[in-house]
Design a protein around this ligand. Sequence first.
Ligand SMILES: C[S@@+](CC[C@H](N)C(=O)[O-])C[C@H]1O[C@@H](n2cnc3c(N)ncnc32)[C@H](O)[C@@H]1O
Length: 350
Amino acid sequence: MSVSKESLNHRTVFELYSKKLTGVIATPEVIETVNELHHLYSKLTAIEGVLAPSDTDEVFEELSENGTRVNPYMAAYCFLDYLRSYKFTLGIKKLIDDKLNQGNQKPLQILYAGTGPYASLILPLTTVFSAHQIQVTLLDIHQSSLDAVNKLISAFNLEAYFNGYIKADATLFIPDDHINYDIIISETMDKALRKEPQVAIFNHLRQFLKPDGAFIPEEIRVDLYQSKWDEEKNPAFEYFLDAETRKHNAAFREKITNLMAINKHSVTIFKRTNSDHLLFLKKIDPENFKAEYTALLLLTEIQVYKDITLTEDESILTEKDYLSPLNDRILQSGLSFYYKMDNDPRITCG
Ligand SMILES: C[S@@+](CC[C@H](N)C(=O)[O-])C[C@H]1O[C@@H](n2cnc3c(N)ncnc32)[C@H](O)[C@@H]1O
């Protein structure tokens, strides 16, 4: 089969920047590397990472039964959440390395649920692992995303790594042949586990994970804080570079408790809820709240794998989330916290 000069050039650029993204690099280099890959991916797929595809297309999210799903342009835009993309890549690499070193049967079977148009969390890793080591099934709810990923796979000549391209809702998907996976990757979340179906997807896909299988991310934690809200600042546009604001805000807050820690063990109890029944998380007694604070906040931390984590403002997914004012009623009676798991999932309190 003849390979055109242009596609050879695309492959060379892909390999160069992908290898970079799988190594240890400083933040400015992460930004440059992700931008270069985004430039290449968007050119080849004609899908650019933007918040809304056109002036007339304001709605960039659609509701589904188990949460909001982002459209392919927004999914592409997620790739430009630089530290998110970098740390997920590093975390998945470390997990694959660990599994191969532990002598797991090869190739490792990986399900990537919610690929977006670039399958961006797995493509770069094809430059450091062989198709004998990893076999990936790609799944997304949008056919246009799968079609776009297909273009990248053929442009970079990566067909040998992929054994399925499935258009399905990951909260309902049943794999053929009773296959169990070594690794299930899904980043289908927003801050504080709201709006998007991450918990429903992990709850459903848990049954298809091998007993020693792993989720990426390994754990998602949402903590409750009380805050002197009027003293807090919002981070700069380039939130991931703004350590100053993070430090400033920390001085005006106090952690109360952890509300959710979603991992492959805990997720099994997170079943769909309805208007009569929400999932109870915790009751916090009044003595835990202090009158000097004015608001309740949710802070998200993502443990991608082991020590590779995303903390506040390192990613859009870990921005602070204002939950409610801290009023006299809460100071007197305390507050109960619930998770609502329907087409608009979120933590609620009352
Ligand atoms: C936040 S984007 C992430 C894209 C890509 N994995 C990345 O990390 O850059 C989430 C992707 O999940 C897909 N998705 C959302 N809900 C889904 C569902 N219930 N089943 C399958 N895919 C879903 C969306 O179509 C979108 O492509």
